[in-house]
Design a protein around this ligand. Structure first.
Ligand code: SAH
Length: 269
């Protein structure tokens, strides 16, 4: 039995409706901006969880300013029968439930007609998300993220659509929604115009393969602790040198894996 819904209700966030217009081309800048905006789409059983934390602060302002768009696809809308079932027991037995491939397939077909860009399944078995992946995603026109629940997706969906699996880290969450918000946050803050100070994305942890140097602010003395003299010296050359040395020492100490990759990168240049 298969069911093809018509146009299921879906929600969109921070996005204007696109209407036909008789305005001349030169007056259509708003619509052009909308078409250029980075597009994120999330397939989920919990659309009400979005935009969530992404609706606040810099990512929220950028959403309102239409520097990016967020749309959700409610998997439930594609469910089977009166109860809109989306899951069934695992073949071969065992605990939990598995999301049905036919239901997820319909949701994916709908989503792919709407937003261009790759399909990603958030999964603890996937490649670990990192800053490079965030940079890559930010360079694409958009992305569609699939949030699993229960025991996850039927493997045939992953194989059929050639879906990439990406993990937030080596732990198991109840669902993909928190992972989706974390990854979208990392990508959105790299979009042009989202961070107030464009420099901050260039200098921070991981963008150079190193961890960031320690930060300090006023007051100059707190609980008997002072700010390193060099930072108060106003000498930009010395400050940059100090920060670089701190970055290197921290990375070497805390993340031998990053340090080794950094050294290997320097050698091959
Ligand atoms: N049985 C699965 C875990 C299912 S957890 C396994 O052992 O691999 C339910 C859903 O939460 C998953 O389908 C996935 O979408 C999401 N999830 C759990 N941990 C995650 C992680 N580390 N990164 C990204 N998504 C995760």
């Amino acid at each position: 039995m298969s069911q093809t819904p018509g146009t299921p209700p879906t929600r969109s966030h921070g996005r204007k409706t696109i209407k036909a217009t008789l305005k001349p081309r030169s007056l259509m800048e708003d619509d052009d901006d909308l078409a250029r905006a980075w597009r994120a789409q999330v397939i989920t059983l919990f659309p009400e969880a979005f935009p969530g934390i992404l609706g606040l602060s810099l990512t929220g302002k950028a959403l309102k300013d239409e520097l990016w768009q967020l749309q959700t696809v409610n998997l439930r809308d594609f469910g089977m029968g009166k109860h809109r079932n989306v899951d069934d027991t695992p073949a071969g037995g065992g605990a939990g439930m598995v999301l049905r491939p036919d239901v997820m397939g319909h949701a994916i077909d709908f989503a792919q007609r709407r937003v261009p860009g790759p399909l990603v399944y958030l999964s603890p078995r996937g490649r670990r998300f990192d800053q490079k992946m965030a940079q890559h995603w930010a360079s694409l026109p958009g992305i569609t993220l699939i949030c699993g629940r229960f025991e996850g997706l039927d493997q045939r969906v992953v194989d059929h659509y050639g879906i990439e699996e990406v993990s937030l880290g080596d732990f198991v969450l109840t669902g993909g929604e928190i992972a989706a918000q974390a990854m979208l946050d990392a990508a959105v803050r790299l979009l042009p115009g989202v961070l107030g100070n464009a420099e901050s994305a260039v200098e921070e942890s991981h963008s150079s393969g190193l961890l960031e140097h320690p930060q300090f602010t006023r007051p100059a003395e707190w609980n008997g602790l002072t700010i390193p003299d060099v930072l108060m010296s106003g000498h930009h050359g010395e400050i940059a040198k100090w920060r670089q040395a701190q970055s290197e020492a921290l990375t070497r100490q805390r993340r031998p894996d990053l340090w080794a990759a950094h050294q290997a990168g320097k050698d091959s240049k």
